[in-house]
Design a binder for this molecule. Structure first.
Ligand code: TYD
Ligand code: MG
Length: 456
């Protein structure tokens, strides 16, 4: 049978018959490569005519108990996993090279080993001596953890069959290759084939598997996106360059809430947990300077107070700059447009910069009002009252929309010594005794009450 060539995008999995520099579906550059693992399926006949076996069907309710979980003892990791590692589950940990994936997983391996779990750490990137040296530097206990360096899938599976571990960590999936697939390690077809083999083998044998995957923007190594649908849990390890803080974020979790985050700090002796992240993303709180506001946000199920900083400066360019770090630039443009058209505040002729302190990335629309507050405060050179937090979503009409989890937001604010909240008026308001509430109906009333003397 002659196989026609098939090309696949490593970001969105779109399949095409010819190569191009940019994917038509997701617009990503350089993400398309030849795939050797898919046959076009021509000439197989219609499936409906063949006889398959009957599927065993069951009802919705089941007698089976909740999944068995093991706590690592690294609290931030356990939270992100949804309350510990589920037995025989498959997890993908993705992140930029050098962000600390190997460090995190080596620490986790040692912790799981301590609980009595037989753990295997297989590295295709570093020599055993190198890993041992790191373990020594991190002061890790070696109980129940075995190291191996291997990239051949056949050898890895044979070892798993023989050793029967309860947890195996593969660092990284891009280095593993299957001799049955005819392409280079790290290519889309290799990553897909090896991840599939590893996850299905582990499921059959009751082994929990953790795969490490590098993400590169250039798409040189197949992004772990192709693996995301095969595993139960997808965690991303992220952090800004130049910041020692690292966020572990669950983007998919079949056993717990998604979007849950864990916060770590990279130190000379490995990753430390940060049990109270809010205090970390606030600089000198209480002492608001113009352009800085505190946003009461929610990440997953956890409240998080973050400082937003804005700078508005007269520009010399014909096209003023709009630069954002840690937030969506499209949303910044929207907030600026609403402020200009509805409230008449003019940002034309000004460069606008927005920064989320601590290198955190936030994506909640509830940050809209806080961003507007930071922008206006920078523009008018007026600081907001001390000890104030802000949240609320802005709609295109300039109305303020209520947001979820208000009680959690306010509780966290009160815990950290804040005494005032500026937020949309909400029907069901759980007011807290220690927080003075300033309800805003729309953006216009926010501007006129907060920046009276300037907005005229
Ligand atoms: P690593 O875990 O190797 O990253 P990844 O596996 O994601 O590629 O971590 C690499 C970085 O972490 C490296 O730049 C050094 C730094 N690091 C520390 O700062 N402290 C430590 O104790 C360790 C082990 C690493
Ligand atoms: Mg590594």
């Amino acid at each position: 049978m002659i196989k026609s060539k098939v090309f696949v995008c490593s970001v969105c999995n779109n399949i095409t018959s010819k190569w191009s520099g940019r994917c038509e579906v997701c617009d990503e550059w350089n993400s398309i490569s030849e795939d050797n693992g898919i046959s076009s399926g021509a000439g197989k006949g219609t499936l409906g005519n063949t006889r398959g076996t009957l599927i065993k069907l069951t009802g919705l309710s089941s007698e089976s108990a909740l999944p068995v979980r093991t706590l690592s003892g690294i609290k931030e990791l356990d939270i992100v996993l949804g309350g510990g590692l589920v037995d025989a589950s498959a997890t993908l940990v993705g992140g930029d090279p050098g962000i600390g994936k190997s460090t995190l997983l080596l620490q986790a391996a040692a912790q799981f080993g301590q609980t009595g779990m037989k753990t295997l750490y297989i590295s295709g990137e570093e020599a055993s001596a190198q890993i041992q040296l790191r373990a020594k530097r991190l002061g890790l206990k070696a109980a129940n953890v075995s190291l191996g360096t291997e990239t051949n899938l056949r050898n890895i599976l044979t070892t798993l069959k023989e050793e029967k571990p309860e947890l195996v960590i593969i660092d990284s999936i891009q280095t593993v290759w299957a001799d049955s697939v005819d392409s280079a390690p790290g290519s889309v077809s290799q990553v897909r084939a090896t991840a599939h083999e590893l996850t299905s083998f582990s499921k059959r044998h009751g082994i929990s598997v953790v795969l490490v995957g590098h993400v590169t923007k250039e798409g040189l190594i197949a992004g772990p996106r192709v693996v995301e649908h095969m595993v139960d849990t997808v965690l991303y390890f992220e952090g800004a360059r130049g910041h020692q803080f690292r966020i572990l974020r669950a983007v998919k979790n079949r056993f717990g809430p998604a979007n849950e985050i864990g916060v770590f700090e990279m130190t000379g002796r490995g990753l430390n947990e940060v049990p109270n992240p809010s205090s970390l993303f606030l600089s000198e709180h209480g002492e608001h300077s113009p352009g800085s506001v505190v946003f009461a946000g929610i990440e997953g199920t956890r409240p998080l107070l973050v400082e937003l900083q804005a700078l508005v400066a007269p520009t010399i360019h014909s096209q003023p700059r709009r630069a954002v770090i840690g937030w969506d630039s499209g949303r910044l443009a929207m907030v600026l447009a609403v402020l200009e058209s509805i409230c008449g505040t003019a940002f034309t002729g000004h460069d606008v910069y927005l920064n989320v302190a601590g290198g955190l990335k936030i994506s909640e629309p509830a940050a809209d009002l806080a961003v507007a507050g930071a922008l206006l405060s920078a523009l008018y050179n007026l600081s907001l009252p001390k000890g104030t937090v802000i949240y609320g979503e802005i709609s295109l009409s300039g109305a303020l929309r209520p947001v979820v989890h208000t009680e959690n937001r306010l509780k966290e604010a009160a815990k950290l010594g804040f005494s005032r909240a500026i937020a949309p008026a909400q029907e069901k308001q759980n007011s807290l005794p220690h927080i003075e509430f300033e309800k805003m109906v729309d953006l216009k009333s926010f501007v006129s009450s907060m920046f009276k003397e300037k907005s005229g």
